[in-house]
Design a protein around this ligand. Structure first.
Ligand SMILES: N[C@@H](CCC(=O)N[C@@H](CS)C(=O)NCC(=O)O)C(=O)O
Length: 223
């Protein structure tokens, strides 16, 4: 590998958090450059580092990668977390996409003026649309696809932890998902990531939202 992996994003979860999780499980060390000013962002733009003028951006293997899913797929492929064949991979991608849809709804909450109806919608969708899928798949198997740890497992763990932060007890009706969560947290790298002082980011607050608004020159409410 040429050089250390460097993540360019805010000092908060957002779209980068799943990348942090996956690198952690792959046991890849990374540094982080936190965007705090618009000038930093403009400099990245003028350097041509952000193809679509967006972050996350990840420097890895001499490349500057953008687009969250492309970055996740690269890491998953490189570290053998993307199944054994194309049939495994398409299942992994289907689970991942569903989980990303759900996590993105939670991710947008700090930028949402009227949170209550959104929260209710997320809870209903989590209980009625998403969690039942994983509860069923995990009747028996230890991992979601092909008896082998994949990026979809990592995202399911991340998502269930996010859900429990918002809706404590939400997994009560999903015992297989709850056991899965317990098993995943036994993985040493994950155990370390869950400890205070790791590179895992806390739930978003003003310290995260303010720089985002400043860097992108935006005012609430978002469209
Ligand atoms: N499809 C892109 C979307 C990235 C994205 O929306 N990034 C936001 C920050 S989380 C951004 O850079 N927004 C500025 C803009 O779109 O102008 C991805 O998944 O990486």
């Amino acid at each position: 590998m040429s050089g250390k992996v460097v993540l360019y994003y805010f000092n908060g979860r957002g779209k980068m958090e799943s990348i942090r999780w996956l690198l952690t499980v792959a046991e890849v060390e990374f540094d982080e450059v936190f965007l705090t000013t618009r000038d930093q962002y403009l400099k990245l733009l003028s350097d041509g580092a952000l193809m679509f003028q967006q972050v996350p951006m990840v420097e890895i293997d001499g490349m500057k990668l953008i687009q969250t899913k492309a970055i996740l797929n690269y890491i998953a492929e490189k570290y053998n977390l993307h199944g054994k064949d194309i049939k495994d991979r398409v299942m992994i991608n289907m689970y991942s996409e569903g989980l990303m849809d759900l996590m993105e709804m939670i991710m947008m909450l700090p930028f949402t003026p009227d949170v209550k109806p959104k929260l209710e919608n997320i809870q209903t969708k989590a209980k009625e649309r998403y969690l039942p899928v994983f509860e069923k798949v995990l009747t028996g198997p230890i991992y979601l696809v092909g008896g082998k740890l994949s990026c979809a497992d990592v995202q399911l763990l991340e998502c269930t932890l996010m859900l429990e932060e918002k809706f404590p007890g939400i997994l009560a009706g999903f015992p297989n998902v709850k056991s899965f969560q317990g098993r995943m947290t036994q993985i040493p790298a994950i155990g370390r990531f869950l400890q205070p002082g790791s590179k895992r980011k806390p739930q978003p607050d003003d310290h995260y939202v303010k720089p985002v608004m400043e860097v992108f020159n935006i005012t609430l409410p978002l469209p």
